[in-house]
Design a protein around this ligand. Structure first.
Ligand SMILES: [Zn+2]
Length: 423
């Protein structure tokens, strides 16, 4: 018995050396962001004097299928614990995005009281609540118990589980799903093949699965390396994601490029044999990815040098502001901010505090950097000279909320796509 448990512990702690999808050996580094804490592990004051686990944040690329992926160090159960701080409903632009999706889906797929919608990683019910409003039978699947409880409170039926073939069997026993949704979950899945096989098992014969995930093409072109963190195991191009679904009998018949998370793909898939025609968009995107070199290893190997240049520019910018005597606060406490601040070695000598609307994060400290997180009102009280917007992908929304900073001559800045002050 002891032998078994030690062996399973070792399996968690050992780095992965073969591709999560195709099993080829992994040897090529896409980008090495050094040692970093788990991005969502916000600390309480009493934890600041304790040891804090840091893990390698090293991203590899498979030379066979070009799946960009992290070495795996943490078990999913540790990452998505009861303490998991992410609640989708705190971002108003994200709620607008969800509402717009539901309107589109009801219309395009003709969903009604006889249909069934299943969302994987349904979070606090931020999206399914709009199907519930329209009386479309819906089921959420969400591994974090406290987040699932919030969904139930808004009337969204939720199963507390990870998704894979085992959960799919249980869900399919109550009937197939006309629409399977997965937003920002595909990248977080440790067992990718079991997950996609589970989608196939739960999807109705003429059903559609839609998935949204950050687009690797945009990550590379926009140098969005701060979207790399431990919870985010895989980074997909269109070329690679299509191969992954095809390996499990699912055909991707449409794709849209959407602005969320710095540039995402929304893919539409069905069973191979379903009578849903391929759209022109898929050929167009495939050609663009080939032109960008996503089917050649050299493209991936040239990324790290561009990331280092960006880091140096960010450190120079913050240091220059401090040397000029300016006080800097940050805005937001997103996972991407933690990757950025840790890789750049930022501490409270550069950024005094950050402010976030999510009450779960307020009163805590960012992992690794130990920058305190306060409520947004703190910015008005402290009057910093510069507010550094960490969730730069929603900078327009945040800049509007922070317009009051100009009352005392304060300025707003973003780290990306180029670091600098917002005009
Ligand atoms: Zn591979």
């Amino acid at each position: 018995m002891l032998g078994t448990s030690l062996a399973s512990l070792a399996a968690v702690a050992t780095s992965r050396t073969t591709c999560r999808f195709c099993g080829a050996p992994l040897q090529d580094v896409f980008v090495d962001l050094g040692m970093s804490p788990i991005a969502n592990s916000y600390l309480r004051a009493e934890q600041l004097n304790r040891m804090e686990p840091f893990y390698p944040l090293r991203c590899l690329v498979c030379s066979e299928c070009f799946l960009v992926q992290l070495e795996e160090f943490e078990s999913p159960a540790q990452i998505f614990s009861d303490d998991y701080a992410y609640f989708s409903s705190y971002s108003s632009s994200w709620l607008d995005h969800a509402r717009g999706y539901v309107e589109m889906a009801v219309e395009r797929f003709g969903l009604g009281a006889d249909s069934r919608v299943v969302e994987i990683a349904s979070n606090d019910g931020y999206l399914l609540q709009y199907f519930v409003e329209r009386r479309v039978p819906s089921l959420g699947i969400e591994p974090a118990a406290n987040v699932a409880e919030a969904a139930r409170e808004r009337g969204v039926q939720t199963l507390v589980r990870f998704f894979g073939t085992e959960t799919a069997r249980k869900v399919a026993a109550d009937g197939p799903a006309d629409l399977v949704i997965g937003n920002n979950v595909l990248a977080h899945v440790p067992d990718l093949n079991d997950f996609v096989a589970g989608i196939r098992d739960v999807l109705a014969a003429r059903g559609t699965v839609t998935m949204e995930f950050p687009h690797l093409l945009r990550l590379i072109e926009g140098r969005e390396w701060d979207t790399i963190y431990h919870e985010h195991f895989s980074y997909f191009s269109w070329l690679t994601v299509r191969r992954v679904f095809a390996a499990h009998g699912l055909r991707l018949y449409d794709v849209e490029e959407i602005p969320t998370h710095g540039g995402s793909l929304r893919i539409y898939g069905c069973h191979d044999a379903a009578d849903l025609a391929d759209t022109a968009a898929i050929g167009e995107l495939e050609q663009r990815e080939r032109e960008a070199g996503l089917d050649r290893l050299e493209t991936y190997l040239s990324f790290e040098g561009r990331v280092r240049e960006h880091k140096w520019a960010i450190v120079e910018f913050l240091t220059g502001e401090r040397r000029a005597g300016n006080r800097i606060a940050a805005y937001g406490a997103p996972a991407k901010g933690n990757t950025l601040l840790n890789y750049c070695g930022v501490r409270t000598d550069l950024i005094e505090f950050t402010a976030d609307m999510n009450p779960v994060k307020q009163g805590r400290f960012l992992p690794g950097t130990h920058i305190p997180v306060h409520a947004p009102e703190r910015i008005r009280e402290e009057r910093p000279d510069l507010v550094f917007i960490l969730p730069w992908n929603i900078r327009a929304e945040i800049a509007a909320q922070l317009a009051f900073v100009r009352e005392w001559g304060g300025r707003l800045a973003v780290p990306a796509p180029e670091v600098g002050v917002l005009e």
